[in-house]
Design a protein around this ligand. Structure first.
Ligand SMILES: NC(=O)NCCC[C@H](N)C(=O)O
Length: 258
């Protein structure tokens, strides 16, 4: 049976100091962020996911965005090397967590940089965003790590948003969804559905027809309902102020046979 385990990481008390790159900084309500994080974790659990808390990294303001620190392919955990210096210390705790779960561990090395938010897997196709956080050496190292395991790695230019998955994710049938104004190269994706809101481009596949989505994308939620999906909506406003989205708050370990 494929596993339904997901890594999550509690927000740091320094969350408000998290990085912002493409948007204006806004104040963060730390209590509300804590409540939103708990509700997000609860939504995963309600839909059958066993959540595993990585040890908190209180000194790392962006550590709640755990997706950026590791990329899973089959049972291999590729430890990222974040493109932002202030995020480098986040990976140690994640490495410990995935090793403890029995994953094979591999690493992105200097001079490579890669953020997990730049990696979108659809079956054995692994799209990787080459943008502000992931460099060419990071893309090469991702290829070297995963192509021998059967992946086909497709590099995608990203300049308008923080990460590839800030602009595109995919539905359960593999249809890529994206908000065209935020995409550099929509034609790279063979089966593509445009969505009307930026946050509508972000879904976490909970299983079956269920899609975890942000409350900030109501028109897209309606579009997906109309296509026979079941949106599960969470409010993540405090994380969106730091350019976070529903994908970046967890790492699903779908192919870990344990
Ligand atoms: N995968 C993601 O979308 N991660 C969001 C990271 C936001 C964080 N403030 C950062 O700039 O790194």
């Amino acid at each position: 049976m494929p596993s339904k385990k997901a890594l999550v990481r509690r927000p740091s008390p320094r969350l408000a100091e998290g990085l912002v790159t493409h948007i204006e900084r806004e104040g963060i309500d730390a209590d509300l962020a804590g409540e939103q994080w708990e509700a997000y974790v609860q939504a995963l659990r309600t839909h059958g996911w066993e959540t595993i808390e990585v040890d908190p990294a209180d000194d790392c303001p962006d550590s709640v965005f755990v997706e950026d620190t590791v990329v899973m392919y089959r049972n291999v955990a590729l430890i990222a090397r974040p493109g932002a210096d202030s995020r480098r210390a986040e990976t140690a705790g994640v490495e410990e967590a995935v090793a403890g779960l029995g994953c094979s561990v591999n690493w992105i090395w200097d001079p490579g940089t890669l953020d997990g938010g730049d990696v979108l897997k659809i079956g054995d196709t692994v799209y990787v965003g080459r943008g502000g956080r992931t460099n060419a050496a990071g893309v090469q190292q991702l290829r070297a790590a995963f192509e021998p395991l059967g992946a086909r790695v497709v590099a995608v230019p990203v300049s308008k948003v923080l990460h590839l998955k800030s602009a595109v994710t995919a539905l359960p049938d593999g249809t890529v969804i994206g908000h065209i104004p935020k995409m550099d190269a929509p034609s790279l994706f063979t089966r593509f559905l445009p969505v009307p809101e930026e946050a509508g481009a972000h879904v976490v596949l909970l299983g079956g027809d269920k899609l975890l989505m942000a409350a900030s994308a109501p028109k897209t939620a309606d579009l997906f309902s109309d296509l026979g999906y079941e949106p599960v909506v969470v409010d993540i406003s405090e994380f969106e102020k730091l350019e976070g989205c529903v994908t970046c708050l967890s790492v699903r370990l779908r192919e870990l046979y344990v």
